[in-house]
Design a protein around this ligand. Structure first.
Ligand code: MSP
Length: 522
């Protein structure tokens, strides 16, 4: 649509060797909040997610379970990964699987182009391979644990498992040729890799010298065949990264590709290197514009370590959503953890914040205001009367919350955007406490003042419904019409505070965030 800015956002595509845990859910939810936010700004938004299905890791898992890799992937996609999107209330626009025909065709065509243009050569390589990461490791990246099952052996620092020595005759991508152009890119566009901690790590890594990349495998056959040498399949990361362009029609639907590209890639910091080094080098080789930005978020930690299924520390997202709901899941992880840093999860913290910020905070404020409009004005949202300085302050606080939240989103500071709403809830709660509308209601001479106080509170809450719609979409969808808003909260412009009142309130029953008693076992 002409005139609308394109916002094409991607999540990593998830390995289907196992079911999702809350670390995966975190990436997904953060991306969904950003996408919903941009939709509410009127941007031409597209959110892509999907699954990474080729490679040794998936093949080994399928074999260990006695099924063919495709069958395994189909099962995991249908039973685990697609249901995750419903569990978390993700509004993705597309779901790509690397086994989709549209994707495999693009991988083959892209690789052929690089081959034809002289970026690919045959070579030999020996190195340490981590199947968990699906990556060759530099000796300096490995660690030797002093104790435990793998004491004294060379293990991957992310997976904590021994690497394998691989020697291969492979096809190589001349990635080293792009070292200078990559360094120039990081220099000229500091926003290309974010946050700064991840950017620094990437710059250091590339400055140490880029090696060429082995991009094919012949020891197994679960992957896209190399077009000019069908005895090899394409290296799983080279294959996977291309999902970001195959999904929007690269080489097949130029109009769609032009409309969407370049993307913003949201990834965990563990895979930022693939996205900020290998991926732009591949695109440069093919003459395609590099992404707008790569943001590497932090990890959810358990006992100080990255939560993972392989270390048996994974928590299934629905363990949380079954108790607290998807809105609370989204709100908690995006507000309690500074986006870009690591964070720990605990049931106690989740429960305490749910109670304080959602049930007693936003939920209670909304219920009280709606009930008072119902009771004192027969459900009709009253008109604003004469405004005093305190009133202007409250109306202005709503405008400021909107401005601060939008500014924070531009910096990927999702937690700060949520914090702006949380402060507005506190401000409005303080206003109600100070003004005591229930006392005003007892005095007929204070009728106009009562109307003004409730009219201000309704405006503030409506602003909150709009501002929180990307984060707690279910609650916002109920809150907006309950305050007399017309249409949908998710269709309101998120860049401006709500300045008009009017309409009829409707009771919030059950409350937006019901009280939850945590079971002992949780
Ligand atoms: N398949 C690759 C990505 C290919 S993208 C072209 C992959 N998949 S993954 O399933 O292992 O991880 C997907 C995402 O989940 C990554 O962004 C990763 O950082 C994230 N997380 C996995 N465990 C995590 C935590 N404990 N905490 C936060 N995010 C974590 O990598």
């Amino acid at each position: 649509m002409p005139g609308r800015e394109s916002f094409y956002l991607t999540t990593p595509i998830f390995y289907v060797n196992d079911v999702p845990h809350i670390g995966h859910a975190y990436t997904e939810v953060a991306a969904d909040v950003l996408a919903r936010w941009h939709r509410q700004r009127g941007d031409d938004t597209w959110l892509l997610t999907g699954t990474d299905e080729h490679g040794q890791k998936i093949m080994r898992t399928a074999t260990a379970n006695g099924v063919a890799p495709r069958e395994w992937a189909d099962k995991l996609v249908a039973e685990a990964w697609k249901p995750l999107l419903a569990t978390l209330d993700i509004a993705n626009d597309d779901f790509i699987r690397t086994t989709d025909e549209r994707h495999e065709r693009t991988v083959a065509a892209f690789l052929q182009r690089l081959y034809d243009d002289g970026h690919i050569y045959a070579g030999e390589f020996e190195g340490y391979y981590c199947v968990g990461c699906e990556e060759y490791k530099r000796p300096a990246d490995l660690v030797a644990p002093a104790a435990g099952e793998f004491a004294g052996r060379q293990v991957c620092p992310i997976h904590g498992r021994p690497v394998e020595v691989l020697q291969e005759q492979n096809w190589f991508f001349r990635m080293s040729a792009f070292q200078d152009r990559l360094l120039a890119l990081y220099e000229e566009r500091p926003e290309f890799v974010q946050p700064a901690s991840v950017r620094n790590e990437i710059v250091q890594f590339v400055k140490q010298g880029l090696e060429d990349l082995s991009i094919s495998r012949s020891s197994f056959d679960w992957g896209v065949r190399v077009p000019w040498d069908p005895s090899h399949v394409v290296y799983v990361w080279f294959d996977a990264l291309l999902n970001y362009v195959s999904a929007i029609g690269y080489g097949q639907d130029e109009a769609e590709f032009e409309r969407r590209w370049p993307a913003v890639h949201l990834v965990g910091k563990d895979i930022a290197r693939f996205h900020a080094v290998i991926w732009p080098a591949m695109l440069m080789a093919a003459g395609v514009e590099v992404p707008r930005a790569v943001f590497g978020h932090g990890w959810l930690l358990v006992g100080g370590e990255k939560m993972s299924k392989s270390k048996l520390t994974g928590i299934a997202p629905n363990e949380i959503t079954d108790v607290f709901g998807s809105d609370a899941f989204r709100y908690y992880f995006l507000s309690a953890i500074t986006f870009g840093q690591d964070g720990s999860f605990s049931w106690e913290d989740l429960s305490a914040r749910y109670q304080a910020e959602l049930a007693n905070g936003l939920g209670n404020l909304a219920s009280r205001v709606v009930a008072m409009v119902d009771r004192y004005f027969d459900g009709e949202v009253p008109e604003l009367g004469t405004l005093g300085r305190g009133d202007e302050f409250i109306l202005d606080a709503a405008r400021q919350a909107v401005a601060q939240a939008n500014e924070a989103i531009d910096r990927f500071a999702i937690d700060e955007a949520v914090e702006a709403s949380r402060r507005l809830v506190m401000t409005l709660n303080g206003f109600i406490t100070d003004e005591e509308p229930w006392a005003l209601a007892r005095d007929p001479e204070q009728r106009e003042r009562l109307a003004t106080v409730l009219a201000i509170a309704v405006r503030g809450l409506k602003t909150l419904a709009v501002l929180l719609a990307p984060v707690v979409p279910k609650a916002a969808a109920r809150l907006w019409p309950a305050l007399g808003g017309e249409g949908e909260a998710a269709d309101q412009d998120i860049r401006v505070a709500v300045e008009d009142g009017g309409g009829r309130v409707a009771p919030l029953d059950p409350p937006l965030f019901p009280r939850i008693e945590l079971l002992e076992s949780a």
